[in-house]
Design a protein around this ligand. Structure first.
Ligand code: R1P
Length: 297
């Protein structure tokens, strides 16, 4: 989208009301939304729509597909990876949707619990793991911790419970694990992956975060931003305008270093899609109170 078409420096939109990065305008995005990282996952899920009513790829890599499932509009947005992309997605879709929003992230993660590749983690809370940049480059701050592990933010409790139930029906209860997700600002250093090209000081990071959050089950890169923005969204009567939860396919077993096969990954998407769609269509958008599960801290 040409920059000269943007109308405002504060929240850029073009002459037709499209946001700058996601390129969505009023009417493109449903109140019920699924966000994924991988566009192929978005397209695979969209095959379960009865009808696709809108599709758009933005110049910054966002793919929007809005379709109808059981007569209810649902939008799937693939956002790529990381905290900034989640921030663009949540803020820009929120800007063009009227009324409450319900968002489910269907992503992938590394397991730091008993869940194995192909299992599904339901993240009832998430916390941030942020590289403490000054620790590495400012000698005066060398005694500060190398990584900041934030407190937890809860997912919406009712939505999470419904999603967990439906995923258990579809995948088998033994393949669903619920717990707190660590959301890192890097795939590498702040997820405790060891390497020799950079100073990372992350050898004990996974045990430290498990000590702080005893229900820690997974590591990925977007959920905490989603839960944080949902918790700070402004709706009527001081209630949030967004409710959110996450289902995460275990791609890697971080303790044994096993990785998911393409067949297992496809099968997880096939088995989870209807469960996620059904969770969304059964959600009553009028009752918009936050339903915290894990609490903060
Ligand atoms: C890293 O490979 C990516 O995969 C995970 C991480 O959060 C990160 O975005 O999620 P998605 O599969 O949803 O992208």
């Amino acid at each position: 989208m040409p920059i000269h078409e943007m109308k405002s420096a504060n929240f850029p939109i073009d002459a037709e009301g499209r946001t700058y990065h996601v390129e969505c305008k009023r009417g493109d995005i449903a109140n019920r939304v699924i966000t994924v990282g991988d566009p192929a996952r978005a397209r695979a899920m969209a095959t379960k729509f009865e009808k696709t009513v809108f599709q758009h790829s933005s110049h910054r890599g966002f793919l929007i597909i809005t379709g109808i499932y059981k007569k209810v509009p649902i939008t799937i947005v693939s956002i790529g990876m990381g905290l900034s992309m989640m921030d663009f997605f949540v803020r820009e879709t929120r800007a063009v949707v009227d009324g409450p929003m319900v968002i489910i992230r269907f992503g992938s993660c590394g397991s730091i619990c008993s869940a194995v590749p192909g299992d599904i983690i339901v993240a009832d809370s998430s916390y941030g793991i942020i590289r403490n940049y000054d620790h590495f480059t400012n000698p005066a701050k060398k005694s500060d911790p190398a990584y900041i592990i934030t407190d937890k933010v809860a997912a919406d409790a009712r939505l999470t419970e419904k999603l967990e139930t439906k995923l258990a029906e579809s995948m088998g209860k033994e393949h669903i694990v619920k717990g707190s997700n660590g959301c890192a600002d890097s795939f590498y250093s702040s997820q405790g992956r060891l390497g020799s090209d950079f100073v990372d000081e992350n050898e004990t990071l996974i045990s430290e975060l498990k000590e702080k959050h005893t229900d820690a089950v997974s590591l990925e890169m977007e959920a905490h931003m989603l839960y944080h923005l949902a918790a700070t969204s402004i709706g009527p009567d001081n209630t949030p305008s967004i409710r959110a939860t996450c289902a995460l396919i275990v791609y890697a077993d971080r303790s044994g270093d096993k990785f998911i096969t393409p067949e297992q990954a496809n099968s997880a998407v096939i088995h989870c899609t209807n469960a996620i769609f059904d969770t969304l269509v059964e959600e009553d958008l009028d009752e918009q109170a936050l339903h915290p599960t894990a609490g903060s801290g």
